[in-house]
Design a protein around this ligand. Structure first.
Ligand SMILES: [Zn+2]
Length: 276
């Protein structure tokens, strides 16, 4: 598949403390694939459009609060990469994209944010896709923490399917009318996680663009409450590739701090898509 990776050195230099040390090792582990010409690397840029999408997605008070932290620019740059990848995918210039980030996005709601997140990169990209005429978007969040911010912003958009696998108790829900699903699988290992994925993907979902919120904090050697292996992540990627055949697939990095895990899991997942 025609694959793009979005990366900026600022993600490693200026990213959120817990998340930034895994960025460079994860990217450097892709050098073999890059040299073999299997991946094209893109550098995101903050543009007027990024700023406008930020205002459309978040309350002005939140933006001002983030501007008072050291993470405004790196969070905006992270979102710029996700938006720019979504554009290229929607135009058919790429079939699969993986976005590195310097902060995460899924705990950033309309007017609140927590948990290493500042701006909701995926929600901003969704707004961009909608202006390009892409309405039916499926979001699968496999970061073991709940995607509450994404839900806060997008829950009422009924053409968007949000399937949120997590280990946060009291965040279990199935809102069929609005296509919002919280799947509580605390302590999941490969077997229980992949079974939950199968169960939730088997129905005939109506969508035209797939976004995966990819936290490797669910790895057994990382800090979240899933206990997945690198092989488990790779099997998940294979399921996604089959599930979304013929549709654009966008992976957006989320939680995770262990550099060794990043250096193993990120290439393992990308390899699934570059190799036809
Ligand atoms: Zn997480």
């Amino acid at each position: 598949m025609k694959t793009g990776v979005y990366y900026h050195p600022d993600f490693a230099d200026k990213g959120y403390t817990t998340l930034k040390h895994r960025v460079k090792p994860g990217f450097e582990a892709l050098q073999g694939l890059i040299k073999a010409g299997k991946i094209e690397v893109f550098t995101p840029v903050i543009t007027q459009q990024t700023e406008e999408l930020l205002k459309q997605t978040h309350h002005n008070d939140l933006i001002n609060r983030v501007k008072a932290t050291p993470y405004h620019e790196v969070a905006l740059l992270s979102a710029a990469g996700v938006i720019q990848a979504a554009e290229k995918l929607s135009q058919g210039e790429l079939e699969f994209a993986f976005c590195f980030v310097g902060s995460a996005g899924h705990h950033a709601g309309y007017n609140y944010t927590w948990g290493f997140c500042y701006y909701n990169d995926v929600a901003m990209a969704v707004k961009r896709l909608q202006t390009l005429g892409v309405e039916k978007i499926m979001i699968i969040d496999i970061d073991p923490h709940s995607g509450d911010g994404t839900r806060d912003i997008l829950a009422n958009e009924t053409s968007i399917i949000h399937i949120n696998f997590h280990a946060d108790e009291e965040y279990n829900y199935a809102d069929h009318k609005r296509q919002n699903y919280g799947i509580f699988i605390d302590g999941a290992d490969d077997r229980t996680f992949l079974a939950a994925v199968d169960e939730n993907l088997e129905q005939n979902w109506d969508y035209e663009f797939l976004i995966v919120i990819f936290g490797h904090d669910g790895h057994g050697q990382d800090y979240g409450d899933f206990y997945l292996s690198t092989r488990g992540y790779q099997d998940f990627a294979k399921k996604i590739k089959t599930f979304a055949t013929g549709k654009p697939i966008l992976f957006v990095l989320s939680g995770g701090s262990n550099p060794q895990v990043a250096a193993e899991v990120i290439p393992a997942v990308i390899e699934v898509f570059v190799n036809d």
